[in-house]
Design a binder for this molecule. Structure first.
Ligand code: MN
Ligand code: MN
Length: 460
């Protein structure tokens, strides 16, 4: 009977029942590289910088703004304002025949500093924030934070700021109310318990010597001036992001899980990056996108809606033909995380269509919410194509849906690729505590997602 079941039933498998010792070692090896990348890439800019380092080491060169079409085996990258990155490896077939693109994003939920952030209250110094992306605000209080970003000065120069990453450097915190005095707060809903305007970062407490008002603010500003040469007005042209200060760590007695900030979606970004760095001479040109601004709707010059993508593809074609013509022949894997079934919260999932930890890369035919609204729905033919690619390459995969019908939902960059007339399907790593300051993935799923991305490039 088991044989008949094996033949007739869809039976997803726990990866540890199917991979051999050699593949387990390959998985560990891959995850070491991923964890190092994640640890070093705390913001979209850092994710791009780190990716360029890896790409250059693998023989990629900056794309020249002029020149002919990409040659077979040629490896190029183009950084879009340092916030998103596009890479390509030239295929044996010309660009006329379409390309294979994998698109992930490297921005993650965080607390951005406001443009006029610094103030003092009760002789404590604070930095005001405006949160970025979808967060449960209560998760971001009373945890250590680091400050990363840039201050652009009027003279055209840019000051890089990283405070709190190195051992021994100071870190930051958004304070929360003690339980003893939280009787009123505890009656509020979780959505209202922490207010956005109260998410101010504690920045210091020592007053400037002398008499007068705002002495703590002045002392803090003078530290920043000494260290970075900036004044309060320079915050106006700064992008400073407070991100969780947790190190990336193995989790569990068996070390099978990975804990870290920003795994949505740097886990898939690294998977497709690692894949394209190994592609030598694909049938069709391989394109890898690390996009910005996905968490706020893929808007802006560095988001996936931007025409920067058309420009890049145009350059790969040698700038001589309409990119529109080749989009319809192309294939896109939108590489983004999906929600893993959390046995502590099974009520939000319909188990038969939920992604499980250790069951491999999750395919999502559609995303969206409430009757598939806003979904990019991959065609049946496209799902079949990805099934075939993964089965032929020994990739463990599972079919999944983001939660129960009418429970909520979400989206990815898939819709913006499909809008361009590119056949697009979502596939990525199942995540526990998605969008939390410390997200959890399984090593095996990270590795299988990488194998899926590599197989899609190699299939052409
Ligand atoms: Mn995502
Ligand atoms: Mn997200």
């Amino acid at each position: 009977m088991d044989e008949v079941k094996e033949k007739l039933f869809y039976q997803p498998k726990n990866g540890y029942d199917v991979i051999d010792t050699q593949e387990r070692l390959a998985c560990e090896d891959y995850c070491r590289g991923y964890m190092a990348y994640l640890d070093a890439a705390r913001t979209e800019r850092e994710a791009v910088t780190q990716a360029i380092k890896l790409a250059e080491a693998a023989g990629f060169a900056p794309l020249s703004p002029e020149g002919g079409p990409i040659k077979p085996g040629q490896k190029v990258y183009w950084s879009n304002r340092g916030k998103s990155l596009m890479l390509a490896v030239g295929g044996k077939k010309p660009m006329d025949e379409g390309f294979v693109v994998e698109a992930a994003h490297v921005d993650s939920p965080r607390l951005d500093l406001k443009q006029v952030p610094l103030f003092e209250d009760t002789e404590l110094g604070y930095l005001r924030t405006h949160y970025y992306g979808g967060i449960k605000k209560y998760q971001w209080t009373a945890i250590p934070l680091e400050l990363h970003g840039v201050v652009a000065l009027k003279d055209g120069s840019c000051v890089d700021v990283v405070i709190g990453r190195e051992p021994g450097e100071p870190q930051f915190v958004v304070t929360d109310l003690l339980p003893h005095l939280a009787a009123d707060q505890m009656q509020k809903t979780m959505a209202k318990g922490i207010e956005g305007e109260k998410m101010c970062i504690l920045a210091g407490s020592v007053p400037y010597a002398g008499e007068g008002s705002d002495r703590v603010k002045l002392a803090l500003m003078s530290i920043l001036h000494d260290r970075y040469g900036v004044t309060e007005a320079d915050f106006i042209s700064a992008e400073l992001e407070a991100v969780p200060a947790f190190d990336v760590r193995e989790l569990g007695l068996d070390r099978s899980l990975i804990g870290g900030y920003g795994q949505d979606d740097r886990v898939c970004a690294y998977a497709e990056l690692a894949a394209i760095l190994q592609v030598e001479a694909p049938e069709r040109t391989a394109v890898c996108i690390l996009a910005d601004k996905e968490e706020i709707g893929s808007v802006g010059v560095s988001g996936m809606k931007s025409q920067a993508f058309e420009w890049f593809i145009g350059r790969l074609c040698g700038g001589q033909r309409s990119v529109q013509e080749i989009f319809s022949k192309s294939f896109c894997v939108s590489a983004d995380v999906t929600a893993a079934l959390d046995p502590m919260y099974p009520e939000v999932m319909e188990k038969q269509n939920a992604a499980k930890i250790n069951y491999g890369v999750g395919f999502c035919k559609f995303t969206g919410s409430r009757g598939k609204s806003g979904a990019s729905d991959a065609s049946a033919e496209l799902v079949a194509r990805l099934r075939r690619i993964c089965d032929e390459a020994g990739v463990l995969w599972q079919m999944c849906e983001l939660g129960k019908v009418d429970q909520g939902g979400g989206g990815t960059v898939a819709g913006y690729m499909a809008d361009r007339d590119i056949d697009t399907i979502d596939a990525g790593v199942p995540v526990l505590s998605m969008h939390a300051p410390f997200e959890t993935t399984a090593k095996l799923d990270c590795y299988m997602t990488y194998k899926c991305m590599r197989a899609a490039y190699n299939a052409g």
